[in-house]
Design a protein around this ligand. Structure first.
Ligand code: TPP
Ligand code: MG
Length: 559
């Protein structure tokens, strides 16, 4: 009957289907997790504890909620370190549950760092459990927020984990999460505009993946025969071998964004950031903004028609409306012959991608990074694998060329992008889909961040491959940190001539290789993926050229 708060929380987590929790000690709920038999994935720092849980929620599109614990209370060292992970989860809108010790009653205002106000800036909700009896209520509320509306992190602070309450007084029932369908009048207005457009474009954001709406997006795009651009975080929401797929970034996106008269944005905030497009000449375009969150409407750009609701229900409603009015494709077909749309997309993509396709076959040494990416695409089963990038050139290059055929076959991340997240993402992908190959592609800086956490992969037998594009410098964003006028004083680090990272990481117990010959890229990748299948992690250092060439974001400067 009577139960302590920590045990109550853990039993509710089990009811909610949480199979494991990532952590960095200490947190008082951890002992209850241990006692109740919930496995803990112990990371080597608090930021990674958050990042792994965050990435798990992203990769499973919120169908399985990632949960983490870290240190809080009056000695909130862990929380201070976890803040970086929280901020990234909040910025990217990831539904992760974070549990920490709360400042005990009688100690508020004691420390300099104000936990509550800090956490409120990086969460959808910061819940301070001020009474043990409220445990079921707080957990209900947390899972309601995690499974409904715009995704975002929730933090629960538990000031007294050993306090007790009557478990039977308010029995917990799992929270399903709820969705809303758009107003039919708004759907009609959107379809009016779309059917009247000369050059419509669909601009799809990550909410398509969270809504499980990839098939609906495909069906709708095909019905109206309109080209599709996806954002970085939505990469994979639309199959990238589809004739209507324009791309994520590059000249072909510029062509379509410039030429479009009507943009139907679905499940994207349309907030031009460092890693997304701006809409050129927005006042001259009709923007139909379909979003779950009214806070994105009329943000940055004037919205001509808003359609508020869940992405899947919205796409289904749009499709029904188009079909009901017309023979669907026939209507749009009157605008432009069906085949021509795909032909134009193909021509635009071929032209924009030609320079990258060429270097994907390059035999030069040091190895061109695109050769590694092209070979990676050949080696992986693109319908049954996971790849992610790092902050820096690997993001820019991979998001330009990597063919993503299934949702979350590739994780694009970072409205703001915290170096080192790729390792957390690759670990989470392995946990979510153990049978899929899982690859993190990183530069020197990302690798530096992950070093302390590599031990986790050995301990947990996580067969992940870290691909290091070893170019001896911090290229970063823009034309490269070595480029004219772009951070020329802060790019150089010890490179492959001075340090052999394959020996360093090999000494830990990873399968490691160091590859400087293009012809060796494929065999080395194969060996790494092969050892991964028996749970051994791998690291391959590819000695690469500095090649800061990639597709641009429209409306961004070079810097
Ligand atoms: C936590 C954090 N601090 C700073 C940055 C800014 N930053 C982005 S990329 C980068 C350097 C990347 O260099 P490297 O890892 O060698 O990748 P390359 O671009 O050379 O492939 C820096 C410092 C960041 N993204 N995250
Ligand atoms: Mg580098």
């Amino acid at each position: 009957m009577t139960i302590d708060v920590a045990t109550g929380i853990v039993r509710i987590l089990k009811q909610e289907g949480v199979a494991w929790v990532s952590t960095f000690p200490v947190c008082r709920v951890n002992n209850a997790l241990g006692r109740e038999g919930v496995p803990m994935l112990m990371m080597r720092d608090d930021r990674y504890a958050v990042a792994v849980a965050d990435a798990f929620s992203r990769i499973t599109a919120g169908t399985r909620i990632g949960v983490c614990t870290f240190q809080g209370g009056v000695n909130a060292a862990g929380m201070q370190y976890a803040y970086a992970g929280m901020a990234q989860a909040y910025e990217d809108g990831s539904p992760v549950l974070c549990i920490t010790d709360g400042v005990p009653a009688g100690s508020s205002g004691n420390s300099q760092y104000d936990v509550a106000s800090a956490m409120k800036t990086v969460s959808k909700w910061f819940g301070y459990l001020d009474k043990p009896e409220r445990t079921p209520e707080f957990m209900r509320r947390a899972f309601t927020m995690l499974r409904s509306g715009r995704p975002g992190p929730v933090i629960l602070a538990i000031p007294n984990a050993t306090a007790t309450y009557d478990e039977t007084a308010d029995p917990y029932r799992p929270v399903k999460g709820w969705k809303s369908a758009p107003d039919p009048a708004d759907v009609r207005a959107a379809v009016d505009q779309l059917l009247a457009a000369r050059n419509p474009l669909i601009y799809a954001g990550e909410g398509v993946i969270y809504a499980g709406a990839s098939d609906d997006l495909k069906a709708f795009a095909e019905l109206v025969n309109v080209p599709v651009v996806t954002t970085l975080k939505a990469k994979g929401a639309f199959p990238e071998d589809h004739p209507l797929f324009v791309g994520v970034r590059g000249d072909q996106i510029a062509h379509y964004l410039n030429k479009s008269d009507v943009i139907l944005a679905i499940a994207s905030s349309l907030s031009p950031g460092r890693f997304s497009h701006g809409i050129p000449d927005p006042a001259k375009k009709t923007i139909i903004h379909c979003n779950i969150d009214e806070l994105h409407i009329n943000k940055m750009y004037p919205t001509a028609h808003a359609v508020i609701g869940d992405a899947r229900l919205t796409l289904q409603a749009l499709r029904q409306e188009v079909s009901a009015r017309t023979s669907g494709a026939g209507q749009m077909g009157a605008r432009v012959a069906a085949g021509n749309v795909a032909a134009e997309v193909r021509a635009a993509r071929d032209e924009a991608l030609a320079r990258y396709r060429q270097v994907m076959n390059s035999d030069e040494t040091p190895i061109n990074p695109y050769r590694v990416y092209g070979d990676l695409m050949q080696v992986l089963d693109l319908r049954n694998s996971f790849v992610t990038h790092e902050s820096g050139n690997t993001r820019d290059q991979l998001s330009t060329v990597f063919d993503t055929l299934i949702p979350r076959g590739f994780l694009g991340w970072g409205n703001v992008s915290t170096l080192g997240f790729s390792l957390a993402a690759a670990i989470a992908a392995k946990k979510a889909f153990p049978d899929r190959a899982s690859v993190a592609v990183t530069g020197e800086a990302g690798l530096g961040y992950m070093m302390g956490n590599l031990e986790v992969l050995l301990r947990e037998k996580l067969g992940v491959t870290v691909v290091h594009i070893s170019n001896g410098g911090f290229a970063g964003y823009g034309p490269g940190f070595w480029g004219p006028g772009h951070d020329p004083f802060t790019h150089q680090v010890l490179g492959p001539d001075e340090v052999d990272m394959s020996k360093v990481i090999g000494a830990l117990g990873f399968h490691t290789e160091r590859v400087s010959e293009p012809a060796e890229v494929i065999p080395a990748l194969r060996r790494a993926l092969d050892v991964n299948t028996s749970g051994r992690p791998a690291y391959i250092e590819f000695i690469c050229s500095q090649y800061p060439v990639y597709g641009q974001w429209v409306g961004r400067g070079e810097g």
